[in-house]
Design a protein around this ligand. Structure first.
Ligand code: NAD
Length: 510
C-alpha cells in the first residue's frame, strides 16, 4: 500500500480530522483559538494531521474533572473495573489494524511492529483484567494476643503519564490500564511526535468507560514537555508521575517530583549489550543481534547497541552479521518486506550522522552501513562500527540503528565491559553452555533490569516487570507486581480483645 492510500484509510477509519483536539477533560476541548501541532509522517516528511495544545486553564479543567472521576471510579469494586478494562482490550482489538497502521504512519514502525504495539496494549488489558481479581495484601502474624496485622493497597488518585514517541500506545496502556484496575485515573501527556495515536487511543478507551455509564477516566493533555509536562510534574494533586523518555529529561522530572514529595516511575534510556560466547549457536546469535539492533530502526529502549564477541568466533560472527545487514530491505514500512523503516524525524537523522562521525574520530571502524539514504523521509542504513575499546561515544545511547562490535577474551572480562556503562536496561547472552549462561544471570553477571538467554535484548513480554537500573531509572512497569507502584500500601492493626497489649513488651500502666 502506498503512503497516501494508507493515510486516507487510517484518517477516515479512525475518524481523525485535519485538526483534532488534543485535550480531553471528559469532553474534547474546542480546537478554535488553540495552537495546533502538526504530526509529520517520517515516511514522506509530510503532515498527517494536526492536534491542538491546551493552555493553563485547559489543564486545570482536566485536573478538576480527573479529581471528580477518581471519586466515582475508585468506589467501584476492582473486578468491575477489570471488566471495563477488558472491554477496552476488545475495542482495541477491533481497531488493531487501523491503529497499528497509524503508529506506522506517525512514527515509522513496520506494519508488523505497528500491529505488535497495539497487540501489546490488548495483552495488557487482559493482564489487567485478571489482575483486578488478584490485588492481594498480606496478613501477618501479630505478636500481640487478639490482634490482626495486615496490609492493604489503595489507589493513589491521579496518575500523570508522560510517554516517549517510540511506544506511542503500548506505554500508555502499561500505565493507564494497570493504574485503572487499581482504582486510579490517568492524565496522559504523550510525545509530540505521536499525538494522533494518543487522540485515537484515548477516544476508544473513554468511549468504553462512558458506555458503562461512568465518567471518563483517561484524560489527555497534548502539549510540549516544557509547558504541559512541567505543569503535571509540579502538580501536588498528582501523586505519581510515570515518565518514559530520555535520561536527561527523566532526571529533571525525578528531581521536580521528589521536591514536592511526589512519587515517580522512571523508564529511561538504555545501552543494551549482547554477549556472544565461543559456545554460542552462531546463526541464532546473528539473528538475535540483528533483530535487536535493527528492529524499529534502532529506536527501542531495549535496542541492542553493543555486541561483545569472543575472539575465537569474532570473524565468523561479524561476517555473518554483515551478510544479514546487507540483505535487509530499508524503505516504506507499509511494505511487508521492509525490515527497517525511517527514523522518527530529521533530528534523529542528525544524531545518527553525528554519532557515526564521532565514533570514527574516536578510533571506530565503520564496517557496514552508515549512510543517510537518498529518499524522501528520514531513512538511514543500519551501521556496524568496530571498536577496540569501550569509551567515549559508546557509553551514550544514540536512538538510531548503530551497533558497536567489540572483542573479548574471558567471560569475566565481557561482563565487566558489559556493565561498565551508565545505563542498565536490557542485556543478553548467547551461549549453549549452562555454566556461562548461569554466570551471566547470577548476581555477579549482568547488572540490568532485564536479562535474556539466547534471545534478543529487545522484545520483552508484558507478563514480566519491565524496567532497568542505574541511569535507566529503576522503575518497573507492566507485568508481575508492578501494579504496586500505582497503589499506596496501608498497614492495618486490628485489636479484637478487651485489653491494649503493647508491642515490643512496652508497659504503660494507666
Ligand atoms: P524525550 O525524553 O525526548 O521525551 C519523552 C517525553 O517527555 C515526551 O512526551 C516529551 O514531550 C516529554 N518532556 C520533554 N521535556 C519535558 C519536561 N521538561 N517535563 C516533562 N516532560 C517533558 O524521549 P523520546 O525521544 O520521546 O524517547 C526516547 C527515549 O525514551 C530514549 O532515551 C529511550 O531509551 C527512552 N525510552 C525508555 C523506555 C524504558 O522503558 N526504559 C521505553 C521507551 C523509551
Amino acid at each position: 500500500m502506498n503512503v497516501n492510500e494508507a493515510k486516507k484509510l487510517v484518517m477516515n477509519g479512525l475518524d481523525l480530522q485535519q485538526i483534532n483536539s488534543g485535550v480531553y477533560s471528559g469532553e474534547w476541548m474546542a480546537a478554535e483559538g488553540r495552537k495546533a501541532i502538526e504530526s509529520i509522517c517520517p515516511i514522506d516528511g509530510q503532515a498527517l494531521g494536526s492536534v491542538t495544545q491546551g493552555k493553563d486553564k485547559d489543564y486545570e479543567n482536566v485536573i478538576t474533572a480527573a479529581e471528580k472521576a477518581f471519586k466515582e471510579w475508585s468506589a467501584l469494586p476492582a473486578p468491575r473495573r477489570g471488566e471495563i478494562v477488558g472491554e477496552i482490550g476488545a475495542e482495541l482489538l477491533k481497531n488493531k489494524e487501523l491503529l497499528g497502521m497509524l503508529v506506522t504512519l506517525e512514527i515509522g514502525k513496520t506494519v508488523s511492529e505497528g500491529a505488535g504495539e497495539i497487540q501489546e496494549a490488548i495483552d495488557i488489558a487482559s493482564f489487567a483484567m485478571g489482575l483486578s481479581r488478584q490485588l492481594y495484601g498480606l496478613t501477618i502474624a501479630s505478636e500481640r494476643p487478639e490482634h490482626r496485622l495486615m496490609e492493604q493497597w489503595h489507589p493513589l488518585g491521579i496518575i500523570g503519564v508522560i510517554t516517549s514517541f517510540n511506544f506511542p500506545a503500548a506505554v500508555w496502556a502499561w500505565n493507564a490500564l494497570i493504574a485503572a484496575v487499581v482504582g486510579n485515573v490517568t492524565v496522559w501527556k504523550p510525545s509530540s511526535s505521536a499525538l494522533l495515536t494518543a487522540v485515537a487511543v484515548s477516544r476508544i478507551a473513554n468511549r468504553v468507560v462512558e458506555r458503562n455509564g461512568l465518567p471518563p477516566i483517561f484524560f489527555l493533555t497534548c502539549g510540549s514537555g516544557r509547558t504541559v509536562g512541567d505543569l503535571l510534574v509540579n502538580d501536588k494533586r498528582v501523586p505519581l508521575i510515570s515518565f518514559t523518555g530520555s535520561t536527561a529529561v527523566g532526571l529533571s522530572v525525578a528531581k521536580q517530583t521528589a521536591a514536592r514529595f511526589g512519587k515517580s516511575i522512571l523508564e529511561l534510556g538504555g545501552n543494551n549489550c549482547a554477549v556472544v560466547t565461543a559456545e554460542a549457536d552462531i546463526d541464532l546469535a546473528v539473528k538475535g543481534v540483528a533483530f535487536g539492533a535493527m528492529a524499529t530502526a534502532g529506536q527501542r529502549c531495549t535496542s541492542t547497541r553493543r555486541v561483545l564477541v569472543h575472539s575465537s568466533i569474532y570473524d565468523d560472527f561479524s561476517a555473518k552479521l554483515k551478510d544479514v545487514y546487507s540483505r535487509v530491505n530499508i524503505g516504506n514500512p507499509l511494505d511487508p518486506s521492509v525490515i527497517v523503516g525511517p527514523l522518527v524525524d530529521k533530528n534523529a537523522v542528525d544524531d545518527y550522522t553525528a554519532t557515526i562521525r564521532q565514533s570514527v574520530n574516536q578510533g571506530g571502524r565503520l564496517i557496514h552501513g552508515g549512510q543517510v539514504m537518498e529518499m524522501n523521509g528520514c531513512f538511514v542504513s543500519p551501521a556496524i562500527i568496530e571498536m577496540n575499546r569501550q569509551e567515549g561515544i559508546v557509553l551514550k545511547e544514540t536512538f538510531a540503528p548503530i551497533l558497536f562490535i567489540m572483542k573479548y577474551e574471558t567471560l569475566e572480562e565481557a561482563v565487566q565491559i558489559h556493565n561498565a556503562v551508565p545505563q542498565g536496561l536490557s542485556s543478553a547472552i548467547f551461549s549453549t553452555d549452562i555454566r556461562e549462561t548461569e554466570y551471566f544471570i547470577s548476581h555477579a553477571g549482568s547488572d540490568c533490569g532485564i536479562v535474556n538467554v539466547n534471545t534478543s535484548t529487545a522484545g520483552a513480554e508484558i507478563g514480566g516487570a519491565f524496567g532497568g537500573e542505574k541511569e535507566t531509572g529503576g522503575g518497573r512497569e507492566s507485568g508481575s507486581d508492578a501494579w504496586k507502584y500505582y497503589a499506596r500500601r496501608q498497614t492495618v492493626t486490628v485489636n479484637y480483645g478487651n485489653d491494649i497489649p503493647l508491642s515490643q513488651g512496652v508497659v504503660f500502666p494507666v
